[in-house]
Write a protein that binds this ligand. Structure first.
Ligand code: AMP
Ligand code: MG
Length: 309
């Protein structure tokens, strides 16, 4: 314990917090400005819900009981997002804090925390290409601002951040897997000097599967270059009741907690949407050039590690 406290003291006393936080402040303001310029309103996050993102990998549930109801701390608000566009709203963004009690095998990934924040975005009637174009604009805007406004901080951190002028390359996951094996995203990230997209992953029920080509998904990941790995995941969404039921059955999901959600889908009033979530801590890690995500948060929150504070 004494040793752990000593390490925490050393961490809190680190000299580079002003530079890291100046870059973070600039990036967060750039995100808000970009959204405002594009007329995209900000909604407040949802922290508790009887349903949350089932995720496509296993984590421990963070549940509490409240007046005999089981509530979960949200792992993401993806299930809620298309429902928020049923009325006059055509898009929104949200700074969404998430609790994901990741398993300890993620402890050394250098990009997982059990508590992090995503910029969640969702757009009515968008397809994946429109969403990807929007995100590229956002990423370029943020990098430009940080390069302009944080020259001294980047220099002090020894970070040579380059501005990606061109459109980001787009790859199919199946092609990359053939070339690089299962961890194709990490391998290509190490070889790349600009962000890139990967299309089509089999994952949660809510990402749209092609109507003709079974097993082709209209979803995507944005990958940071220089070995920083995954930045954003998202997709076009399944919004039709029958498709959602079929995919939940395929995934052998317990539908009981989803009763209200399914009833809303059954009304046929949920629009077609596309969106995604960009990890803030991973963005700051990339911008500052810190190798481990743990280096940009003041209090350790690594999977499987004891929390002191
Ligand atoms: P997902 O849809 O699960 O891929 O999450 C969206 C984004 O949130 C990811 O692309 C990451 O940038 C970020 N993210 C997801 N899980 C974590 C985690 N455990 N720690 C930090 N960031 C995360
Ligand atoms: Mg992902």
């Amino acid at each position: 314990m004494v040793k752990m406290v000593q390490k925490l003291i050393e961490r809190l006393e680190r000299k580079d917090w002003p530079e890291i936080l100046a870059i973070q402040t600039t990036a967060l303001r750039a995100i808000a400005d970009y959204m405002r310029l594009n007329d995209i309103p900000q909604v407040m996050p949802i922290l508790l819900s009887p349903i949350t993102d089932p995720l496509s990998h296993s984590v421990f549930d963070a549940e509490i009981e409240y007046y005999k109801q089981r509530l979960q701390l949200t792992k993401s608000i993806t299930v809620h997002k298309p429902l928020m566009l049923m009325g006059a709203l055509s898009s929104f963004f949200c700074m969404s804090p998430n609790i994901r009690l990741e398993k300890e095998e993620k402890q050394h990934s250098r990009r997982h925390l059990v508590e992090f924040t995503q910029v969640e975005m969702e757009f009515k009637e968008y397809d994946k290409y429109k969403f990807m174009e929007f995100v590229e604009g956002l990423v370029k805007f943020v990098i430009m601002r940080v390069k302009e406004e944080c020259k001294d901080e980047l220099k002090k951190l020894g970070r040579n951040l380059s501005y990606p002028k061109e459109r980001f390359p787009v790859y199919e996951s199946s092609d990359l897997e053939k070339l690089h094996g299962v961890d194709f995203d990490d391998k290509l990230s190490k070889l790349s000097d600009k962000p890139f997209w990967i299309l089509s992953f089999k994952r949660e029920f809510y990402d749209k599967e092609d109507k003709q080509v079974k097993g082709y998904y209209h979803n995507y990941d944005l990958i940071w270059p220089e070995g920083f790995g995954e930045a954003l995941s998202g997709g076009e969404r399944e919004h039709k009741y029958e498709d959602v039921i079929r995919k939940m059955k395929e995934r052998k999901m317990d539908m009981t907690p989803y009763e209200a959600y399914l009833e809303i889908l059954r009304s046929g009033k949920v629009p077609s949407t596309a969106g995604g979530g960009l990890g803030i801590e991973r963005l700051i890690r990339f911008l500052t050039g810190k190798v481990d995500i743990d280096q940009i948060t003041m209090f350790p929150r690594k999977p499987g590690q004891e929390m002191l504070m």
